[in-house]
Design a protein around this ligand. Structure first.
Ligand SMILES: [Zn+2]
Length: 230
């Protein structure tokens, strides 16, 4: 089913496009949401989240209006453990501008690391991104633009740990996928701090991908956690 980020098939109309989209949107708590440091947040131990990522070669593809990277090998080499459960990375993709808001702030980009457990449960790590302050390297920027313009089929080696913010404090809540069908439950981990991206790459994303963020969804009293060091 065709859907979009504006117009007749924009986010406020997704649930009218087909019964599967309707079921997904009305049958589970939705994402993204606004995340704020307020006293109502519950605490969760920082130790409940561990990353076991390694350098990985990804293959690019283009669907759902954005660029996706999936590990080239089917070996499950990138693992995160959350709340004593293991999840394996299967996809990395991008939204512009950010989908989650953190303390009333929106960011130029947010990427999602989509993981799945052996029991088919989904966990998505959301990382909001700011431009780095280094000046634009025009050679690199031209390559970025070409890569994002290629439509897919490129092999890209990535050191995943370097994509994550240094400070790993996170929000956690239960929501949904942010593209149709927006089904849930999805366990969300969103870092409170931003990571940084080359300005040239960010510009290439803006030019080649453009607006790809779902608006904020009602929180509806669900618990939201903020991690604390214990
Ligand atoms: Zn996403």
């Amino acid at each position: 089913m065709e859907w979009n980020y504006e117009g007749d098939r924009g986010p406020d109309k997704w649930k009218n496009i087909c019964s599967a989209f309707y079921q997904a949107e009305t049958g589970s708590l939705q994402s993204p949401i606004a995340l704020n440091d307020d006293p109502q947040l519950l605490s969760i131990s920082q130790d409940l989240l561990t990353f076991n990522y390694s350098k990985t070669v990804f293959e690019t593809s283009f669907f759902n209006h954005t660029v996706h990277l999936s590990p080239k090998t089917k070996e499950k080499t990138n693992i995160i453990e959350f709340n004593h459960k293991k999840y394996f990375l299967e996809d990395l993709h991008f939204h512009l501008p950010s989908e989650h808001e953190i303390n009333q702030k929106s960011f130029p980009l947010e990427f999602h690391l989509v993981h799945r457990s052996v029991h088919n449960e989904l966990l998505v790590v959301g990382v909001t991104v700011l431009p780095s302050e280094r000046p634009i390297n025009t050679t690199l920027a031209a390559l970025d633009d070409k890569a994002l313009n290629a439509g897919g089929g490129l092999s890209v080696p990535i050191d995943l740990d370097r994509l994550l913010p240094e400070n790993k404090q996170f929000y956690h809540y239960t929501g949904s996928l942010t593209t149709p069908p927006t089904s849930g439950p999805v366990e969300w981990i969103v870092f409170r701090q931003q990571s940084f991206m080359r300005q040239g790459l960010l510009q290439a994303f803006k030019k080649n991908i453009g607006k790809t963020n779902r608006p904020l969804q009602p929180i509806k009293n669900r618990p939201i956690y903020l991690s604390i060091d214990e």
